[in-house]
Ligand binder design. Sequence first.
Ligand code: NAG
Ligand code: NAG
Ligand code: NAG
Ligand code: NAG
Ligand code: NAG
Ligand code: NAG
Ligand code: NAG
Ligand code: NAG
Ligand code: NAG
Ligand code: NAG
Ligand code: NAG
Length: 514
Amino acid sequence: MDRNIGITLCLMLKLCYQDHTMSETHCPARCHCFTPTRAICSEERMLTMPRNISQVRELVVMTTGLSYLDTNTFQENPRLAKLVFLNNLLREVSVRAFDPLPGLEELEISGNSWLERLYPGTFRKQVNLTRLLLNFNRFQTVTPGIFDSLQNLETLQLKGNLISHLPGLLFQNLTSLRSLDLSQNALTRVDRELLTGLTQLETLILGYNQITGLSPDSFHNVSQMRELYLDGNKISDLPHGIFSNLTKLEVLSLRGNLITNVSHRTFPFSLKELNLNNNKLSELSFNPFTSLTALTQLYLSSNRLHELPVDLLRNLTALQVVDLSDNQLTSLPEEIFMELSDIKVVHLHNNNLSSIKPRLFEHQVLLEQLYLSQNNLQNLPLGLLDYFLSENMIRLHGNPWNCDCNIQYMYDWMGENHRYVEDLSKMLCAGPVPLRGQSLASVHRDQLVCPMQRSPQPSHCTLHTDNDTLIIKCKVDKCSPLKLKVQLYEDDGRTAEYIFKNETSQCSNSTITV
Ligand SMILES: *[C@@H]1O[C@H](CO)[C@@H](O)[C@H](O)[C@H]1NC(C)=O
Ligand SMILES: *[C@@H]1O[C@H](CO)[C@@H](O)[C@H](O)[C@H]1NC(C)=O
Ligand SMILES: *[C@@H]1O[C@H](CO)[C@@H](O)[C@H](O)[C@H]1NC(C)=O
Ligand SMILES: *[C@@H]1O[C@H](CO)[C@@H](O)[C@H](O)[C@H]1NC(C)=O
Ligand SMILES: *[C@@H]1O[C@H](CO)[C@@H](O)[C@H](O)[C@H]1NC(C)=O
Ligand SMILES: *[C@@H]1O[C@H](CO)[C@@H](O)[C@H](O)[C@H]1NC(C)=O
Ligand SMILES: *[C@@H]1O[C@H](CO)[C@@H](O)[C@H](O)[C@H]1NC(C)=O
Ligand SMILES: *[C@@H]1O[C@H](CO)[C@@H](O)[C@H](O)[C@H]1NC(C)=O
Ligand SMILES: *[C@@H]1O[C@H](CO)[C@@H](O)[C@H](O)[C@H]1NC(C)=O
Ligand SMILES: *[C@@H]1O[C@H](CO)[C@@H](O)[C@H](O)[C@H]1NC(C)=O
Ligand SMILES: *[C@@H]1O[C@H](CO)[C@@H](O)[C@H](O)[C@H]1NC(C)=O
């Protein structure tokens, strides 16, 4: 193996404590020893295990041509505590191969695209094994009883195989197991029998399988669980009470499933992070999140939400992140965030919001990130952004901003806070016609005017020119307080201002002509 590769691997695998040249002399052929007890063997031409590595306690064998581990492979190496096979060509592992290694604590056999099975009894001597990683092989199932001797096992990974079925009670003796990763397989169901015995299990990763249904008691006997990942499956329904025994669950990810409805009391009160991104939720009535008072992160992005109930987030007083992006929301109840005074991140981008209520963020003084980009907003109401105490990043681009007098509040806010507006130059005016397509930041404040016929209401004014005279005719109601202000700018910046007002005390309908 090339020296530089050796050093790179040494850094990568954190195997190098001492001067890596020191112990080369003790090292088996075709291997590198970074210390007398740690070796990496990586050479495509290596077809058998290196001999004479009796000093070695930690051995990594990667990208070799090794295809069998037979009965004699480890006869001379009873001191091995950590053994890693990565990306080799293993086809078969003898049931006796690991018998000489009863002190083995960590074993990885991963990335063998020919390895289809391990025999029952393969790990029968490994009573002290704490980590067993069997990822990215070609297992379609796992033989019953193969893990029964591993009562000290804490981590088991079987990810990236082709497993569509696992025998019941497979993990029944794994009473020390804390983390189980079965992701990226082809499992279609998970039942209570499979998880039997995992009384200490804290993390269960079942992402990216084909799980369609879960039974109501699937997770009833794994009550120590803290993190449950079910992402990327085909779950459409969460049976009533499915999580009811998981009173310590803090992280639940159901991202990328087909869930259409979540109901009251589905989720355990202990939850801190709930991810429902990329499902098919179209309504959230029935207070599904009530009582999740510990929840800090709620992800509801990429669903089909059109509207939200006013009390959806009520009681979620610990919430810090809420992601409602990529839905079809057209408006939000003004009180929706009312009690969320700790909230730091609000994502509302990629919706269809056409207006926002002025006091929507009244209590969100600590907001750090507000994304309103890619909506249907024409302006922001007066005062909306005045509540924030901390500096926050805000995204506003991708809205059809109407750059008339009604946008002056937002324009002024941007002027003072432009450092915090991301993609400022992408904020374009969709109207009025003369400003269409221009970046709002490039428009002069004086250009943000409202057409006469629209203001002031309810009078009706018309504008026309006659020779050098501009004529404004306004129909005003009785006692209208209408004033006409005329500002004339000269090239040198001087301004002349004229105000016209009918001061007569008698109120009657009339036409003012300037
Ligand atoms: C095994 O390695 C030791 C040094 O660690 C050496 O003295 C001995 O000759 C080697 N034996 C074989 C069979 O290679
Ligand atoms: C297993 O670990 C225990 C405690 O560390 C130790 O006493 C025992 O000898 C180990 N067993 C084997 C077979 O190495
Ligand atoms: C499984 O665990 C039980 C005790 O919980 C033990 O009696 C049995 O021997 C274990 N099975 C194996 C194959 O070690
Ligand atoms: C579930 O756990 C209870 C008590 O912890 C036990 O009595 C029961 O047999 C277990 N059921 C299954 C299917 O594991
Ligand atoms: C789990 O739930 C079942 C049924 O709901 C119950 O009988 C059992 O006692 C619960 N187990 C634990 C450990 O909470
Ligand atoms: C959602 O669930 C609730 C009760 O859990 C039910 O009343 C409601 O009809 C469901 N909505 C849809 C659209 O299925
Ligand atoms: C908020 O929680 C209290 C109890 O903690 C409960 O009575 C109330 O119904 C909850 N509010 C909502 C809107 O769910
Ligand atoms: C956006 O909302 C408007 C009404 O405000 C509606 O007409 C339009 O169809 C919505 N667009 C989408 C893509 O939902
Ligand atoms: C406008 O100019 C035309 C001729 O240039 C004149 O006939 C007309 O009286 C003028 N109108 C007013 C309102 O001054
Ligand atoms: C004010 O309006 C009254 C009719 O209500 C009209 O007679 C009067 O001339 C107007 N004054 C001015 C200054 O236009
Ligand atoms: C003034 O106009 C309003 C409607 O524009 C009408 O309802 C009202 O009767 C009018 N008052 C007078 C004194 O003409």
